[in-house]
Structure formats: structure tokens, C-alpha cells
Design a binder for this molecule. Structure first.
Ligand code: GLC
Length: 742
């Protein structure tokens, strides 16, 4: 079975693009251009190309332009007229950015596009949007995220882009973070597994993917001025661990350093973060690009490990323009450092295939891509409640569909990851219409999908703006389905309480009809005060450009729900680490510190440590089938520590369960009582049972030791438990581990 997390991009490239034999001429490289010889290792090719470059060419590779109209406003002191003309002629309008290549050496321009959910370009015709990354994390399926990445990376390549600014893997440390929908949950193993799948999928198209935002970019309030205060060891065993594992399992060509400071030093000029952790400890060979406007110096940033300034003029100065040229001339930035920056960029372009297979516009198979995002949405939705088996809808003759613009489409998140859909915004004119808006609904109507799936039922829609009218319709129907929405996005944080009168709407409808269910289209966790009074809840997240169809498929039972929560849903705001969000109410630009006193105890680890019971726990999700898992065996094998589990489908229809393995250190010493150390999604026919073997990565059993700068597994007894969620452990065995430095 191919473990897509570990698939090297070159192999994935061959698999995904079905390359035939490499032409002999290309294998030898054009005469005089040995770096074009594909048979040489990428590092060697990069060094050869570097050696052929002039200083001016090197400097042009480390300085990126944004695509906006600001290009024309850049002063001549920053770029000369020739470079400006080339930039204005080359950058793709509406795209994220552009960096000139070196045509005489066969090095392509870098055409950058956002982001993790698909090609974002408000100036182009629409593209296919995946469900949010938090949604596909809920699939617990790296093969699914590989397929999604392969699809959006193909759309990027065929739209002319060779750098995809994707791979958001910041842990969901703050449930109110407006960008949680772009990330992959609260647990390092899950976040890294699904993000590695996405990055490998994108890079299988012969283009470069990033992973981002490195690091501890955990809230949007004050993101460019806040300092994330956290002990190095705690960061290494939580947020940094997710990045470390993605780097190991997917080898992204680039890492995007984040806006914020970490322990008072900006991420993009943070030596400990970039040079020590990423490059020295994890062996990262690619290049660090800044976030757009995240650079604050020339010498400190260059010497701390930043390799490319992105998106000028988002920054206050062209730090990597003439200022860098002078810094290299006066020696404050060694020539060797500039050479290393360029070599890293060249390595990424060569290793991922962007040099050997230059991108070009091409025809996109929209139907095939629609099938990919539909499958992703179907397998990411989480059935949170289903009393009296209200779902799947069977025999209902009349159904009231209420609210959430469910007659026209499904919600998407705002900001730089927003993909504009083919067919346009299904609900135009919602506020804010400008950044971080527009508020977009993808034209995939749950109402239309349900009506075509249930031709004998009368499915009526009510906008939900008047709870009395909505309740009146619900009272006349067999079943009432209320759609609630929470718009979140980049550059702002949100409350967990639903906006407007949505809670009151649910209460009114539930009073009118006991067979009421709720579909949630949200960026992350929300509070559900009405939960005891509704019969079922489906967490649909932001479900992408086929989301309406996927919702109908789950509600009608055409698809068996198989998602599990990648984040904890709090029962109340009091359960949060920080009931009050730091930085709220401060003047723009006023710096502040967020003290992450929970350390590595993020999400369910915090709830375990404090003995709290959430509304819904990490790893939780229902199915239309029932499963058992047992006979847990832990064995030391040559391949490493493995767990064997028998999973069984005791229900009457095919479905998927997620085998979750948690571990605890009996002697303590970890950040929290337990950690997820392995998982696997398993599809089983009715009555089928299967032995599942999980390999446990030793890094997940280790603690990073600040005194040695290495990971260590401490000798002793450890408990390994199967779980249906972080709050429901079903079987536990003890197993000793020897002392081990990693
Ligand atoms: C943004 C985001 C980043 C994005 C970049 C380019 O501000 O933080 O995720 O890739 O700028 O749009």
C-alpha cells in the first residue's frame, strides 16, 4: 500500500504524471549546461547552476514582487526601469507574486499562487475549491489529501503557476483563530499526516509547494505585532513537531515564515527557528520565503536564514533589493549566505520538477476535479449527533430546509486562501465585499441536491430570517433541517457563538418540530446551546465547490459519514486556555505578548490535563454503521514499534472507522496524560473484520531535550490505548520502552 505521506515528490511526479523514459538529450543536459542533466542529484545541479550565475542574477532570485497595481509605484531606487518593465509584463494579474528567472540558464520565472484549497485568482475564471483544510483533516485520510493536493496542484500548473503557497499546518491552539479553516487541527501527528499528503499531492505535479506559516501563528488579532511566548521544548513537541514531520514526509520546496514574533524575535529573522530548527536540526534543503509583509530587516533576516523576500511592496522596504546588494558588498551578509539562498531556491525548482517541466497553460478536466473535491467533502463531514436515527432521511415526504443560503450554495472562508468558483459567487453582495472578503458561497445548492435525490419528497426552503415563519414551515413538515453558518477568514478572529439570530432560529424550529437537525458550515468549533433540543447535527465545515451535493449525499444516506473531529469543540468559553483573546482592543500596531502557558498541551491534551469534558472531543464522529476494535497488540519489530488491532464493522452497511491509538507515559514527563501516536482510516464491508497494523513514529513517544537539542524516549512502561475519540478509550495494554536518543 503506498504511504503517500512518505512518497518522494520525484516518485510521485512519475506516478502522477505518468512520465515515460526521459529523453537522452535532456538526461545529458544541453551542451554547456550540466545543471540541466536530469541524471544528476538536485543538489549538484543547483550548485552547477549557481556557479554559472552573475551577482545580479543571484540577487534577482531572492526578491519577489506582489502582483497588485502597486508594482507601478515602486521607486527606481528599488528596481531599475528594465526590471520594473519585466515585472509588469510578467506577473499574473490577481496572483500572489512573481520572481524573475534566468532565461539564459533555463531557470524559469517563479509564478506564485495561493493556496491550500485551490488556485486563488480573482482576476481569472474560477477554479475548483477543496473543502477547508480543517475539513479534510477530519477525513483522517492522507491518501484523500494527497488526491486533493494532486488536483489543485494540477490546476495551478495548468493555470501557469509553479509555486503553490499551501500547506497550512499551524496547530489549532486558539479556537477563535479566523484562519483555523486553513489549518489541519490541534494534534501534531494528524496535522502533519494530512498536510504531508496535500504537499506531496501538489508537488506530484512538478511544482513547488510551501508549508506555512512557520511558526506559532495561532491567532489573527495583532498577527504582525504580537510575540508568541513559548518554551522551546514546548514548541518543539507541538507546533514545531507538525512542521518537522511534514518536512520529513513531504520535503516541501519552500517554507513560509510567519508574521509574528516568537519570544520577541520576528519569525522571518529568527535564527533559532530558521537556521537551527528548520535547516540544521531537520535538514531542510529548500528555501524560506517570507509571508507578504513579514520582513523587518536585511542583515538580521538574511543571516537568520530567510532566503527570499516575498511580495514587495507589501514590506516597508526592499530589504532584499539594493539593501541586500550593499550588505553583501560590505560583508555584513557573507557572499556565501547569498549563494546559499540562491542554491536553496534552485534546489527547490530543480528537485520538484519546475525546471525540467516548465509550466504552461492547459486544459483542465473540470468534471474529474469536481469528483475529487466531492469525495473530499463526503469523507470530511462529521456526524456529531443522530438520536432516534433521524438520519439518513428515510421516507420523509416533506422536508423544510431553513437558512444558510442553502437554496443557493455553501459557504467558503475569507482571505488569501479563498478560491473564486466557476459559476461565480452564488450569493453576491454580502458584507464585507472587500478584503478579507468577499463573502463567497459556492454555487452547489443543498436544496437542489436534496430535491433531485428525493424526488418523491416535497423539499421547501425558508431563508430563516424570520424564526416565526421558519417555525411555521417546520411544523408542517416531517423533518426540518436548519443550516447555520459562521464566516471566518484571514486577518480577524471570531467568537465561537453563532452570529445574529441563528441560535434563536434553531430553538424556534426545534420547538415547532422535534425532528429537527442542524447542518453546520463553519470555519471551526462553535458553541451549540440548542444541542439538547435537536435530533441530529452534521458538521459540514466549508465543504468546497461540490459541498451542497456532499451534504445531500450524507443526509440521504447515499454516503456513510466517516469524518472524525480534528479539533475539540468546547462546551463553554470557560474551558479555553485563554477565555479572553489577547490583543483585543489594542491600538493598531501596538505590540503585545501571548503567553502560551499551556505549552505543548494543545487541544485535547489541555482538556485531559485539566480534567475538562468538552462538547465534542477530538477524534469523535458517528457513522451509519457500528464498529468494534480490539485485540490490541504492541510489538517491537525491525520496522519499529507496531500496534496490531482488529477492526470490525458490526453494522448493516459499508462504512469507515478511524482506528486511533493513544499513548501515556506511566512515569509522566509528557506535556499531558496522553498523545495520539498513530491512526488509520479503514473502510469495511458489513460484518467484515480486518487486522490493522500501525507503525508508531518514535518522535511521538519522545520529549525534545533543551539541554541536548535532541529528542529522547525515556525508558519505562507506557500505556497504549485504542480510542473512538480522545474521551473514549476502549482497550489499554502496557508495553516497556528502552531509553533512546533520536
Ligand atoms: C497572506 C498570507 C499567506 C499568503 C500570502 C500571499 O497574507 O498570510 O498565507 O500565502 O499572504 O497571498
Amino acid at each position: 500500500m503506498i504511504d503517500f505521506r512518505k512518497l518522494r515528490p520525484a516518485l510521485a511526479l512519475a506516478l502522477a504524471l505518468g512520465f515515460g523514459a526521459v529523453h537522452a538529450a535532456a538526461a545529458q543536459g544541453q551542451a554547456g549546461q550540466p545543471w540541466m542533466d536530469r541524471s544528476r542529484p538536485s543538489g549538484e545541479r543547483a550548485a552547477l547552476a549557481l556557479a554559472a550565475m552573475t551577482q545580479a542574477e543571484k540577487l534577482s532570485l531572492v526578491f519577489g514582487f506582489a502582483s497588485g497595481d502597486q508594482l507601478g509605484q515602486i521607486s527606481d531606487s528599488v528596481i531599475n526601469a528594465e526590471a520594473r518593465r519585466k515585472a509588469l509584463a510578467s506577473v499574473v494579474p490577481g496572483s500572489a507574486g512573481w520572481i524573475p528567472g534566468v532565461p539564459r540558464l533555463g531557470i524559469p520565472d517563479q509564478f506564485q499562487t495561493d493556496a491550500s484549497l485551490g488556485v486563488r485568482n480573482p482576476r481569472m475564471d474560477g477554479h475548483t475549491a477543496l473543502p477547508s483544510s480543517l475539513a479534510t483533516a477530519a477525513s483522517f485520510d492522507p491518501k484523500l489529501t494527497f488526491a486533493g493536493g494532486a488536483m489543485i496542484g494540477r490546476e495551478a500548473r495548468l493555470s501557469g503557476f509553479n509555486i503553490m503557497l499551501a500547506g497550512g499546518v499551524n496547530l489549532v491552539r486558539e479556537p477563535r483563530n479566523g484562519r483555523n479553516f486553513e489549518y489541519a487541527g490541534e494534534d501534531p501527528l494528524l496535522a502533519a499526516s494530512v498536510s504531508a499528503g496535500l504537499v506531496n499531492g501538489i508537488q506530484s505535479n512538478g511544482i513547488v509547494s510551501t508549508m506555512k506559516h512557520f511558526a506559532i501563528n495561532s491567532q489573527e488579532t495583532g498577527r504582525t505585532v504580537l510575540s508568541a511566548q513559548i518554551a522551546e521544548g514546548a514548541a518543539r513537541d507541538s507546533d514545531y513537531l507538525a512542521f518537522e514531520l511534514v518536512q520529513d514526509w513531504a520535503r516541501p520546496g519552500s517554507v513560509m515564515c510567519s508574521y509574528n514574533r516568537i519570544n520577541d524575535v520576528y519569525a522571518c529573522e529568527n535564527d533559532r527557528l530558521l537556521n537551527q530548527a528548520l535547516k540544521q536540526d531537520w535538514g531542510f534543503k529548500g528555501y524560506v520565503m517570507s509571508d507578504w509583509g513579514a520582513v523587518h530587516s536585511t542583515v538580521q533576516a538574511a543571516n537568520a536564514g530567510l532566503d527570499q523576500q516575498s511580495g514587495f511592496p507589501f514590506d516597508k522596504q526592499a530589504y532584499f533589493g539594493t539593501l541586500l546588494e550593499r550588505a553583501v558588498e560590505d560583508g555584513s551578509v557573507p557572499q556565501a549566505r547569498l549563494d546559499d539562498m540562491v542554491r536553496r531556491i534552485l534546489w527547490a525548482l530543480l528537485d520538484k520538477g519546475a525546471v525540467d517541466n516548465p509550466v504552461a497553460k492547459g486544459t483542465i478536466d473540470w468534471d474529474a476535479h469536481a469528483r475529487v473535491t466531492l469525495k473530499a467533502a463526503q469523507d470530511s463531514m462529521v456526524l456529531l449527533k443522530n438520536t432516534e436515527n433521524l438520519l439518513p432521511l428515510r421516507g420523509a415526504r416533506s422536508i423544510a430546509l431553513i437558512g444558510g443560503h442553502a437554496d443557493r450554495g455553501v459557504l467558503a472562508g475569507g482571505g488569501s486562501s479563498l478560491v473564486m468558483p466557476r459559476g461565480g459567487n452564488a450569493v453576491p453582495g454580502l458584507k464585507p465585499e472587500h478584503w478579507p472578503g468577499p463573502v463567497v458561497y459556492y454555487p452547489s445548492s443543498p436544496l437542489k441536491a436534496l430535491q433531485s435525490a428525493l424526488p418523491r419528497a416535497r423539499v421547501a426552503y425558508d431563508p430563516g430570517t424570520d424564526p416565526v415563519a421558519a417555525a411555521a414551515l417546520a411544523a408542517k413538515c416531517d423533518v426540518a433541517i436548519v443550516f447555520v453558518t459562521q464566516w471566518t477568514g484571514e486577518a480577524f478572529d471570531v467568537s465561537l457563538a453563532l452570529e445574529g439570530q441563528q441560535d434563536a432560529l434553531v430553538e424556534a424550529v426545534a420547538r415547532a418540530n422535534p425532528r429537527t437537525l442542524v447542518v453546520v458550515e463553519s470555519g471551526g468549533a462553535i458553541l451549540m446551546p440548542w444541542l439538547p433540543r435537536v435530533g441530529a447535527v452534521l458538521q459540514a465545515w466549508y465543504p468546497g465547490t461540490q459541498g451542497g451535493q456532499a451534504i445531500a449525499d450524507i443526509l440521504t444516506g447515499a454516503v456513510n459519514p466517516s469524518g472524525r473531529l480534528p479539533i475539540t469543540f468546547p462546551a463553554s468559553m470557560e474551558q479555553l486556555v485563554r477565555p479572553r483573546l489577547d490583543g483585543v482592543g489594542l491600538k493598531d500596531g501596538e505590540g503585545f505578548t501571548v503567553r502560551y502557558t499551556e505549552g505543548a498541551a494543545v487541544g485535547y491534551k489541555w482538556y485531559d490535563q485539566k480534567g475538562l469534558t468538552p462538547l465534542f472531543p477530538f477524534g469523535y464522529g458517528l457513522s451509519y454503521s457500528r464498529f468494534t476494535s480490539g485485540k490490541l497488540r504492541i510489538e517491537d519489530r525491525p520496522a519499529g514499534l507496531t500496534a496490531t488491532v482488529q477492526a470490525r464493522n458490526t453494522g448493516a452497511r459499508k462504512g469507515a472507522t478511524v482506528v486511533q491509538l493513544y499513548a501515556s507515559a506511566k512515569a509522566g514527563g509528557w506535556e499531558a496524560p496522553k498523545r495520539l501516536v498513530a491512526f488509520q482510516k479503514v473502510w469495511l464491508e458489513p460484518g467484515e473484520s480486518r487486522d490493522v497494523t500501525l507503525t508508531i513514529d518514535p518522535r511521538l513517544l519522545s520529549v525534545w531535550d533543551p539541554s541536548t537539542g535532541r529528542r529522547r524516549v525515556t525508558e519505562g512502561d507506557y500505556l497504549f490505548s485504542l480510542g473512538d475519540s480522545a474521551q473514549s478509550l476502549t482497550e489499554t495494554v502496557s508495553h516497556p520502552l528502552a531509553d533512546r536518543k533520536l
